[in-house]
Design a protein around this ligand. Structure first.
Ligand SMILES: Nc1ncnc2c1ncn2[C@@H]1O[C@H](COP(=O)(O)OP(=O)(O)OP(=O)(O)O)[C@@H](O)[C@H]1O
Length: 243
């Protein structure tokens, strides 16, 4: 199967602090992959490296078959990835329809594609609503729609369900895993081990700069002989000082 992300021997430091310490992994096309780990362990740093927003100190990063260390291919990679903005990253006063048109213009996306997304994400009743007036669940659903707007091959979601109630969480996951997204590769960070277990094909557990595990949640549970992924997680990050 095609490898969408290939990370080899990557090191990333901030001053004296080594955040990623010789890490490597591959992600095949079509998987939904969670990156988990204690606060401050480098999940966002790793995602930002893979989005081509940060450079590594050493090692190689290949995204969609392109070497992300080469500045000349960065724009090409960025055109094929989607990023879900954080809640505060959207203009408060913009109406949903205006925002969809604005982001569509950046990528030369037509009205037909906007129409498909509006239907899939069920945004129709809110098209004339200002972003700030939406509930947390609808904000997330809308930001998810924007991430998928230009039909990217690879989509990054940084904590897509943080702060949502169980029903809103379920709805966001239905949209992530359902219909139009089936063929895409999705990389997300989360603190919800329940969601990893329920919805993700693969999980990468980061701890103290290293990859503590990289497998399906079921395989990790089986190996550690536990019933719940949260128990596996605590075993894998045990000894962490919870900064
Ligand atoms: N630009 C920066 N300059 C210096 N240190 C940084 C910078 N960005 C992040 N760090 C540090 O690197 C470490 C990893 O941060 P990062 O945000 O990647 O962790 P995280 O796993 O995403 O955390 P959280 O779960 O809290 O979101 C932290 O100790 C953080 O303080």
């Amino acid at each position: 199967m095609e490898t969408v992300i290939n990370v080899q021997d990557v090191v990333k430091t901030y001053g004296e602090k080594t955040v990623l310490d010789h890490i490597g992994f591959r992600i095949p096309a079509g998987e939904t992959v969670a990156v988990v780990g204690p606060n401050g362990t480098g999940k966002t740093t790793l995602l930002e490296i893979l989005m081509t927003l940060r450079k590594v100190d050493s090692g190689s990063v290949s995204i969609l078959g392109k070497n992300a260390n080469e500045q000349k291919v960065v724009d090409e990679i960025r055109g094929r990835i989607g990023v879900m903005l954080q809640e505060g990253g959207m203009y408060s006063y913009i109406k949903l329809k205006e925002a969809l048109d604005l982001f569509a213009s950046f990528y030369s996306v037509g009205q037909d594609k906007i129409g498909q997304l509006v239907e899939y994400f069920e945004l129709q009743p809110y098209l004339n609503t200002k972003y700030e007036k939406l509930s947390g669940g609808w904000k997330q659903r809308f930001l998810l729609a924007i991430a998928f707007l230009h039909d990217p091959d690879l989509v990054f979601l940084d904590e897509p369900t943080t702060g949502l109630d169980p029903k809103a969480t379920q709805l966001v996951w239905e949209k992530i895993r359902g219909g139009v997204q089936k063929t895409k590769t999705i990389l997300l960070s989360t603190h919800s081990m329940e969601e990893v277990d329920k919805f993700c094909d693969r999980v990468i557990v980061l701890n103290k700069g290293k990859i503590a595990a990289n497998d399906t949640p079921a395989a990790i549970k089986e190996k550690l002989k536990v019933d719940f992924f949260s128990d596996a997680y605590f075993r894998l990050v045990e000894g962490d000082d919870r900064r």
